[in-house]
Design a protein around this ligand. Structure first.
Ligand code: GLU
Length: 504
């Protein structure tokens, strides 16, 4: 019975996916950009390459995200290259990829993810072209597993779809506690810990810093809401930290929303410390509003991993962000990735369909200066030479979750390798027992991996697919004379270690 329901559900989703792709003949079809790498086994990838489009812009996608988007997706390409060049890991098997942009919102992410199911959609028998001919369906790549998504709300909606088709998913950034529910998200795993640990770490930091009264601030959605919920519960149990007020930032903020929010935070003057579980755009706008109200020294921010060590929320408002304590799952900067990323150019990186856009944004120049100036009515613009260099002609810092993207790809590769060894009787290539790759079997191999990851720390999953709770604690420090910087001030693994002497 349950099986029949699942089959019917799959069929409905397939119809839905076909409908979403159906267009009238005179309609212009603007297919979203996609990175496609050929291979024997294809992995899907989901990255927030663009921010969500503003409601009144009429466009689903907003501005390009250089760090969370481009760096992370390049980390997936980098990891795939490394696996493909490794004679010990998946020998004679080439990993390929289909990488999509979620534009930082859940509904768009799930619509995009239907691309991963294309190969599973059976050719309908009764479809005819207007000419009366049978349409030609090109063979699509079957996606065996998906790397992503970033935001928990995106991972949750996508996980609901992928589980129906038994496609395993490994996220490099989604931390909401509900994703640990193996009954609901059984095909989901992650190389980052659940926020159940992060909330504990935040409470311990508040206690260590002697904060008796705090406010909380969450972005609407799974990540913010459940993160704050976990913090509220722990603070009630502790009886030491009292939450004076909890504010939520709506998904579609109205004009003046952030200024009103900051004035509400001022209504509880004893709670200057603010626990922030918000997405990066909201953090930026909260800080902007605090700056507008000249509250440079008022709030003591304690930000979760979505703030982490990111430059984008603090850029040009270093003074309001100064002193913020932030958290990030324990990671290391991968220097081989830095070398790879810095050596990418608009010439040698044509596989990344968003790279020209990145280049223009990163170096503040345009390749087609004439066309652009005409369209925008601008006359003073710099033309890109193509010889610009990341890190020399632009600032560069490795994004905080690059390591986890690499580890997620390697977890998939190790699982496929072990599966191939067991099922293909020692043959050095794929065999019929892996054509197609069975999702449930692959999931069991994913959950069993145990290898030394890109930062030489072990990568393994708990029984419901989570990584252990290890964090690093930073303080953002800036001054009039020095460029702002996130300095390590402590760590958390079962227990908090905070070096108060490093906190300014
Ligand atoms: N941990 C955040 C979430 O689960 C994502 C943070 C990030 O992408 O850096 O939504």
């Amino acid at each position: 019975m349950e099986h029949r329901a699942a089959v019917q559900y799959r069929y409905l989703l397939m119809l839905l996916s076909m409908c979403l792709r159906t267009v009238q003949p005179q309609q212009e079809v603007l297919l979203p950009e996609t990175i496609r790498l050929e291979g024997d086994i294809i992995l899907g990838g989901l990255f927030p390459v663009h921010a969500r489009g503003e409601t009144d812009s009429g466009s689903a996608c907003g501005e390009l995200r250089k760090d969370k988007g481009i760096q992370r997706l390049e980390a997936m390409l980098y990891a795939i290259d490394r696996v493909n060049n490794d004679p010990e890991l998946l020998p004679n098997v080439t990993l390929g990829a289909v990488i999509l942009d979620t534009c930082s919102w859940d509904t768009y992410a799930v619509k995009q993810s239907l691309t991963f199911l294309e190969a599973l959609i059976e050719t309908p028998r009764d479809v005819r072209c207007p000419s009366g001919d049978r349409p030609i369906f090109t063979k699509q790549d079957k996606i065996v597993g998906v790397i992503g998504a970033a935001a928990s709300s995106e991972s949750i909606t996508v996980a609901n779809l992928l589980r129906v088709f038994e496609i395993p998913q490994i996220s490099y950034a989604s931390t909401a506690p509900e994703l640990s529910d193996d009954g609901r998200y059984e095909f989901f795993s992650r190389v980052v810990p659940s926020d159940a640990f992060q909330a504990r770490a935040m409470l311990d930091i508040a206690v260590a810093l002697g904060w008796k009264n705090v406010s909380t601030l969450a972005s609407e959605g799974s990540y913010g809401e459940s993160g704050v919920e976990a913090f509220l519960q722990l603070s009630r149990e502790s009886g030491v930290v009292h939450v004076a007020q909890s504010q939520q930032i709506p998904r579609e903020p109205t004009p003046g929303e952030f200024d009103r929010l900051v004035s509400r935070l001022l209504e509880t003057p004893s709670a200057r410390a603010v626990i922030v579980f918000a997405n990066v755009d909201d953090i930026r706008r909260v800080l902007e509003a605090a700056k507008r109200s000249h509250l440079t020294d008022h709030f003591l921010w304690l930000g979760s991993d979505s703030w982490g060590a990111k430059m984008s929320p603090v850029l040009n408002q270093e003074d309001v962000a100064h002193g913020a304590i932030t958290i990030l799952p324990k990671r290391a900067s991968i220097s081989a990735f830095d070398r790879y990323f810095i050596s990418r150019s608009s010439q040698n990186n044509r596989r990344n369909v968003w790279f020209t856009e990145f280049w223009e944004k990163n170096f503040d120049c345009k390749f087609d200066i004439v066309g652009y100036s005409k369209r925008k009515g601008i006359d003073s613009l710099r033309k890109c030479t193509g010889l610009e260099k990341t890190g020399r002609d632009s600032s560069y810092e490795q994004e905080g979750k690059v390591q986890f993207v690499i580890d997620a790809v390697y977890a998939m590769a190790h699982a496929l390798h072990n599966m191939q060894q067991d099922l293909c009787g020692g043959l050095p290539h794929l065999c019929s027992r892996m054509d197609p790759v069975d999702g449930k079997t692959l999931l069991s191999y994913i959950r069993a991996v145990n290898f030394s990851g890109s930062a030489s720390t072990p990568v393994k999953f708990s029984k419901n697919g989570d990584a252990p709770g290890r964090y690093e604690i930073f303080q953002y420090q800036s001054s009039d004379t020095s460029k702002g910087e996130y300095k390590v001030v402590g760590r958390y693994a079962d227990k908090l270690y905070l070096d108060v002497s490093k906190i300014v």
